[in-house]
Design a protein around this ligand. Structure first.
Ligand SMILES: [Zn+2]
Length: 549
């Protein structure tokens, strides 16, 4: 016999134990510490690469990217050469809330990052980071956007990062003000739906961990050369105050948790420092695998030079902050989309391989040029060899590991994956697509930026959960099967993830054995494409996070 239970899954974009544990040790996060000691927890391995679009898509499907087809904020070059931005419908699989709807259970999903337009769920759906700016309608059912805004005026589905130049203290303060307001609105929305909605599954995502990590990681941690930086004394206390407010929410969740509710927390990836940017396309150009058009070459060289000069400390000291910001924005605005940048500058009749974007962290082989299987194998082998032989600025090896796509993914959408993937110094050396760089490596120790790591967060708390258990070997694909099982529902047999049995008490598991069902046929999500205007605005925001150049 199974007992139906409800579940809360708190999504924390980019949360890492590296920071949370340090905050716990200092007594800043008593709620998190209590959750950890009373519940089960462990490191949650992300997708490879550990980036937001594939990781969250895997989280809600229980499947590897080869079965849902999301590898980037854009559709794959292997699918559509124009690479439109993804929408919620780019996840080509049933999601946990679809599975729950099939058995008559209601969901409330807020701020899921790979969403827009709002999905017509049985319950409530409020969109997240793929929502275009100023979009009047970002929630389901009809009228929900108005109801939410009436309750929480100023609630925004997303935050506009590009309007701030966070290198300037004034810009950093402005950004933190916005992030503060957004966090408060989301905490208010969290309690609103906690109290007002009849849900069986509640899945709100919080993104401040990720936004802070991208822009301010080195201010947040010690020993990265930023401890005495003039911004640190301003930025660090404000960040800690945000984590504290989030923790107050965790305390109240544990205090008020009804008996029939199991609560889970997961993050899509961890965070760490970046030390070096690796301009992969410049490197591919030097190998003769990527060829720029004459005009594209001149333009991208000029652009790169201007960026390089603009980022020098001496130049920063001379030019007033506002003016610098204006100049940088003007430079960036000339490069507004994939079409204008890579697509127009690259000579596609001669290019065999290119690096499309930061979230992909992999190289695509152009099958229009590399036609035969023999040549494909040869180009791919060469890329592996050259990556492994690559020496960094200090003369040492840079690349830790390389993979063919079939080593990492399987399923009908393997064909959209990058052909070769790699990781360099555990993502402290970060691959970027910028064209026109004269040197392949650029020192990024002077910027506060961080980037993702493989290790995310997994925590569970409630009846049947093993108190204080350390969960080993958890991966993000395991989240959906584990939550389904905790709710008393069977697991479809097409998932790659498994129930994280270490999270549960042995007795509870014995009484409630895991059940599997044949997966229902998936008929596809239907079509949706962002308008050109929306796409341009979204691209600008992703650029603010360093996802697009
Ligand atoms: Zn993320």
């Amino acid at each position: 016999m199974t007992t139906k239970r409800r579940a809360l899954l708190l999504g924390l974009d980019g949360a890492t134990y590296d920071l949370l544990d340090a905050y716990c040790d200092r007594g800043l996060m008593p709620g998190f510490a209590r959750w950890r000691s009373e519940g089960a927890s462990g490191i949650l391995e992300s997708t490879n690469p550990p980036t937001t679009p594939p990781a969250w898509s895997t989280c809600v499907t229980g499947k590897n990217p080869g079965k849902h087809g999301v590898y980037d904020f854009r559709e794959s070059f292997h699918q559509d050469r124009d690479r439109p931005l993804i929408t919620g419908r780019s996840i080509r699989s049933r999601k946990i809330w679809d599975l729950l709807a099939d058995v008559g259970r209601r969901s409330c999903i807020t701020n899921f990052p790979v969403s827009y337009p709002a999905e017509e769920v049985d319950g409530v759906f409020v969109c997240g980071m793929m929502t275009p700016d100023g979009q009047a309608d970002f929630a389901w059912p009809p009228g929900e956007t108005e109801r939410l805004l009436a309750k929480i005026p100023g609630y925004e589905a997303n935050i506009d990062i590009p309007k701030y130049d966070v290198d300037q203290l004034e810009g950093a303060r402005g950004f933190l003000d916005d992030l503060d307001a957004s966090l408060d609105a989301r905490i208010a929305a969290f309690w609103h739906y906690w109290e007002q909605e009849e849900w069986d599954f509640y899945f709100p995502t919080f993104v401040f961990h990720d936004r802070l990590g991208h822009l301010f990681w080195k201010y947040m941690v010690t020993g990265e050369g930023f401890d005495d930086h003039s911004h640190t004394s301003v930025v660090r206390p404000r960040i800690e105050a945000m984590y504290k407010r989030f923790d107050d929410m965790l305390v109240r969740v544990l205090d008020e948790r009804p008996d029939d509710l199991t609560v889970f927390m997961c993050s899509d990836h961890g965070f760490g420092s970046t030390h070096t940017f690796f301009e992969v396309n410049a490197w591919l150009e030097s190998l003769g695998l990527l060829v720029l058009k004459g005009k594209g070459r001149l333009r991208s060289r000029a652009f790169y030079k201007a960026m390089e000069i603009g980022e020098r400390d001496a130049v920063k000291a001379l030019i007033p902050g506002k003016l610098q910001h204006g100049i940088r924005q003007r430079i960036r605005n000339t490069r507004s989309s994939f079409k204008n940048d890579l697509a127009e500058a690259i000579d596609w009749s001669k290019t065999k391989a290119f690096f499309p974007s930061v979230p992909v962290q992999g190289i695509l082989i152009c099958r229009d040029v590399v036609r035969s299987q023999a040549e494909y194998d040869q180009v791919r082998d060469r890329i592996h060899r050259e990556l492994k032989a690559l020496k960094g600025p200090d003369g040492g090896a840079v690349v830790d590991q390389t993979w063919n796509r079939e080593d990492l993914y399987r399923g009908p959408y393997l064909k959209y994956a990058p052909d070769v993937l790699f990781v360099a110094q555990d993502y402290a050396t970060l691959g970027r697509p910028t064209l026109g760089a004269k040197e392949w490596f650029r020192d990024s120790r002077g910027t506060a930026n961080g980037f993702h790591r493989m290790g995310g967060v997994w925590m569970a708390h409630g009846e049947g959960i093993a108190a204080g258990a350390a969960v080993d070997g958890a991966a993000i694909r395991d989240v959906t099967p584990t939550v389904l099982h905790a709710m008393g529902e069977p697991i479809p047999d097409d998932m790659d993830g498994h129930v994280l049995t270490d999270s549960f008490e042995e007795e509870w598991l014995k009484a409630k054995p895991i059940r599997y069902v044949e997966a229902a046929r998936y008929d596809g999500p239907g079509e949706y494409a962002h308008s050109d205007e929306d796409a341009a605005a979204l691209t600008e925001r992703l650029r603010g996070l360093g996802y697009v150049d």
